[in-house]
Design a protein around this ligand. Structure first.
Ligand code: AGP
Length: 613
């Protein structure tokens, strides 16, 4: 959702900026633009459409500047158009600005600026920013080295909402200022250059040393330095953090699409997420957490809060928490949780899950929980992301960068990590038989191999995809933990194949949805719980009788003749079965999308990281 790139160094900025925008394409966008500092002032080239189109605009090849900013816009205020695309400039074109986020009070600021003689050419909220900067710049009588910074700072203090901003100026051809509040932005640094981006993978090929900005920290960048200031303009010392991901982790590496690569990376993502946290000989180690037995005994309720796939991972993990820790756990959608006035106090623990760590609703839900005194844990895949900075404790999945919009390896790694969290709590609390925990640990350790085995079913899955890719409606059914997988399977299919799909608890079928079952419709059943398999089979029989085509994912010994296609997956502990049973459904969605000739990695209307409400 909107992408920002910046470069300040010795090389020509334009090719670096375009390459960065290309790498951010997965975030979702409808227009793109670039501004560089040239000998004769600031360049500005932008239009609606893809980055390829931007790269083909006349004049872009002639940009020589070694400082520049670039942006992919996902329209919020004003339709996708050349005027509304970023960068935006003040009237005299001395400042260029790109912005991610939403300026909630832009209307009032625009009116104020108009009263002061400013005029606007776009419908965006962003255009107030370069004009505000211009306003404060000219109002400031001082002529010292902080003048540019003061103008940016004063403008930001007026802004309500969320923002990640890059500013360049024709009056300061050797500097760039960046700042963020509730919107992601990182600075990758080498001795001779600074790279700026909305996320790490886009600039990982240049450096692994990153500065992570806190809210309202201002960075004044030159080619060889990065100075940081608080909002009071007090200079602060900041150290870079080394990011362990390597550059090929953010490349397709021979795979046709990022999604396929990420599906196949799951054995390793799970292996890395388990790391040394689990061993068969000792207690589970989550060194980032510091909970005593007394702390945990006080917890009366655990909320797991997230959006989309991360929320589905929460549903899959809730069982382990309840059963192993004997604490009631509830899963909430972050956008609902933040407005439903949940009952929270110091005896509540809230676990927030977010691959990106930048999802606006999840961050807001976390802030709400903290304000009510609840203890908070963030589970994220991105070091230093917003939720990890906000939460009391953070634990990381080590899935590596996930580029495809449709989340796959992040989901399986999240389910692994919540299960590890449940084991960690259970061992401290001592409310659960240790043999159960040992068994679960050894099943977790065996997972990567079993994922590899499951992935080998790809051809059968592809063949079924060819059979059903023209469907209009698909139903996903499961009971217990399999229902959580049905939800995730259905979301995956919707996202990348645009086929309408619904997921139901199989027992609910007779209470309404069976009315929709007619000859030829596809029903996908997940059956991994031995206690419930017979019941789910009966439900699926009911749809078979009504002419449905059936695709079953199971680890149970069932008679496969009764269904169109059965994918047998390895057996595992019931708590972690979603990690295996989701894989055929990820592959099925992928192959259906390919059969339909769609853009698997960048599905329409979707953004990888939903940084606005
Ligand atoms: C997953 O396939 C989706 N694209 C989406 O539901 C995603 O999981 C959701 O937006 C949450 O993102 P997060 O994990 O980065 O917070």
């Amino acid at each position: 959702m909107c992408g920002i790139v910046g470069y300040i160094g010795k090389k020509k900025a334009c090719p670096i900026l375009l390459a960065g925008l290309n790498r951010l394409e997965y975030r979702g966008y409808d227009s793109a633009g670039i501004s560089t500092v040239e000998k004769n002032g600031l360049s500005l080239i932008k239009d609606k459409g893809r980055v390829n189109h931007l790269a083909s605009i006349t004049g872009i090849d002639e940009l020589e500047g070694t400082i520049g900013i670039a942006h992919t816009r996902w329209a919020t205020h004003g339709k996708p158009s050349k005027e509304n695309a970023h960068p935006h400039q003040n009237k005299t074109k001395t400042f260029s600005v790109v912005h991610n986020g939403i300026i909630e009070n832009y209307h009032e600021l625009r009116t104020l600026l108009e009263e002061n003689g400013y005029s606007f050419v776009s419908q965006t909220d962003t255009e107030v920013i370069p004009n505000l900067i211009d306003y404060y710049y000219h109002k400031d009588p001082k002529q010292d080295e902080l003048k540019f910074l003061r103008a940016v700072r004063n403008s930001c203090l007026d802004l309500k909402g969320s923002f990640a901003i890059e500013v360049i100026s024709s009056d300061y051809p050797d500097n760039m200022i960046v700042v963020r509040k509730d919107s992601p932005l990182v600075i990758g640094s080498t001795e001779e250059e600074n790279y700026i981006s909305s996320d790490i993978p886009a600039i990982l090929s240049y450096t692994r040393n990153f500065y992570l900005l806190e809210d309202f920290e201002f960075a004044v960048l030159s080619r060889t330095s990065a100075k940081f200031y608080t909002s009071d303009l007090v200079e602060i010392n900041k150290k870079t953090q080394t990011i362990e991901w390597n550059a090929t982790a953010a490349e397709k590496d021979g795979f046709e699409d990022f999604m396929l690569k990420e599906i196949y990376e799951q054995p390793n993502a799970v292996r890395e997420t388990i790391g040394s946290r689990i061993s068969l000989t000792g207690n589970c180690e989550l060194s980032e957490l510091h909970f005593s037995k007394l702390d945990l005994e006080k917890i009366q309720k655990i909320y797991i809060v997230a959006c989309g796939t991360a929320m589905h991972a929460g549903i899959a993990g809730k069982n382990a928490i309840e059963k192993l820790c004997h604490i009631t756990a509830e899963v909430d959608i972050a956008s609902e949780f933040r407005y439903r006035d949940p009952l929270l106090d110091e005896n509540t623990l809230c676990v927030f899950i977010s691959q990106s760590g930048e999802t606006a609703d999840t961050i807001a839900a976390l802030k709400l929980a903290k304000s009510k005194g609840a203890k908070t844990i963030a589970i994220s895949n991105v070091i230093g992301s917003s939720i990890t900075r906000e939460a009391d404790y953070s634990i990381y999945t080590h899935a590596g960068p996930e580029i495809a919009v449709a989340s796959t390896k992040a989901y399986t790694s999240q389910v692994v990590l919540i299960t590890i969290l449940a084991i960690y709590f259970a061992e401290i609390l001592g409310r659960c038989e240790s043999s159960l925990l040992s068994e679960l640990k050894s099943d977790l350790l065996a997972l990567p191999k079993k994922i590899e085995e499951t992935l080998k079913q790809n051809e059968t899955i592809q063949e079924f995809a060819r059979k059903i890719y023209q469907e209009k409606d698909v139903f996903f059914l499961g009971r217990g933990i399999d229902e959580s997988v049905a939800k995730e399977g259905s979301l995956k299919l919707k996202e990348i194949s645009y086929i309408h799909s619904e997921s139901y608890a199989a027992g609910e079928l007779k209470h309404g949805p069976i009315a929709l079952i007619e000859n030829g419709i596809t029903v996908i059943g997940i059956m991994t719980d031995p206690r419930l398999v017979e019941k789910t089979i009966s439900n699926i029989q009911e749809v078979v009788t009504r002419g449905a085509k059936t695709f079953i994912v199971t680890n149970q010994k069932i008679n496969s003749n009764q269904f169109d296609r059965v994918i047998f997956i390895p057996d595992t502990n019931a708590f972690i079965s979603p990690i295996l049973s989701i894989i055929p459904l990820q592959l099925l969605s992928y192959y259906i999308s390919k059969e339909k000739g769609l853009d698997v990695d960048k599905p329409r209307n979707l953004a990888k990281s939903v940084t606005v409400e």
